[in-house]
Ligand binder design. Structure first.
Ligand code: ZN
Length: 250
């Protein structure tokens, strides 16, 4: 048998096992990263062809840091509007499949490292955005909320009517994750009977360490490349997360 044929069969087998897992589970948690959104045209800024190779003077970890935001707000916003916001992006097959698993009453939570809000747009309701969302923005003086449109339309630094600077509710480098989001995520992981980890290389901590709270025996990893938990996974699938989830659900 040619290697390609063998791989093809084993992919089919993996997807049918994934289907069985989903139908036999009632408390599924999905943990996702940048790879879930790349199929919507949002680049992973940590990948080699992502934001690292841009024309900006500083690397993204500097430009997206708390101290850079505070000291060079105008430059921060130029970079942020240019590279971090994709207002035209639409949910892809991965998002719509996850919305379907929630409608089936099986998916209890999506825990994501993405800040694009695409899971909300796809119709999921229980979403923990560990790194925040570009759709939420608050005035640093009066805490007043501002829509993404407001950030996009501001000429330079977005300022509230009260004069305060508006800051995105996105976790910047040097900032900690929200305590409530973290403790809620831990509970979902601990109670899940199935965990699907998708589109993440599991290199960003503390988010990546959360999966250790899952103690069940249906751990599925779907990613383009290998991850360090593949050995622990009950099924590890290498491929397009949108295609894999879609085929497992419809
Ligand atoms: Zn204000």
């Amino acid at each position: 048998m040619k290697r390609r044929d063998k791989d093809k069969i084993s992919m089919e087998e993996k997807i049918s096992r994934l289907k069985e897992y989903i139908s036999g589970s009632s408390n599924i948690v999905f943990f996702g990263g940048a790879g879930v959104s790349t199929e919507s045209g949002i680049p992973d800024f940590r990948s080699t062809d992502g934001l690292f190779s841009t024309r900006y003077e500083y690397p993204p970890e500097i430009m997206l840091s708390h101290s850079f935001f505070m000291s060079r707000t105008s430059e921060f916003y130029r970079f942020y509007r240019d590279k971090m916001i994709y207002p035209g992006a639409k949910p892809n097959l991965a998002h719509t499949a996850l919305a379907e698993i929630e409608r089936m009453g099986k998916l209890k939570a999506i825990i994501t490292q993405n800040i694009d809000g695409l899971h909300h747009i796809a119709g999921n309701t229980n979403i923990i955005e560990l790194h925040g969302s570009v759709h939420r923005n608050f005035c640093m003086e009066c805490s007043g909320p501002h829509a993404l449109e407001f950030i996009l339309q501001a000429e330079d630094i977005p300022r509230c009517l009260c004069g305060g600077i508006v800051k995105p509710d996105v976790v910047l480098y040097e900032e900690g994750l929200d305590d409530t989001a973290l403790s809620d995520a831990v509970k979902f992981f601990a109670n899940a009977d199935m965990l699907i980890v998708g589109g993440t290389s599991l290199l960003v901590y503390p988010a990546a360490g959360l999966i250790n709270y899952y103690t069940g025996d249906k751990l599925v990893v779907i990613n383009k490349t290998e991850t360090h938990i593949d050995q622990k996974a009950n099924i590890a699938i290498y491929g397009s997360i949108g295609e894999v989830l879609h085929r497992a659900c419809f």
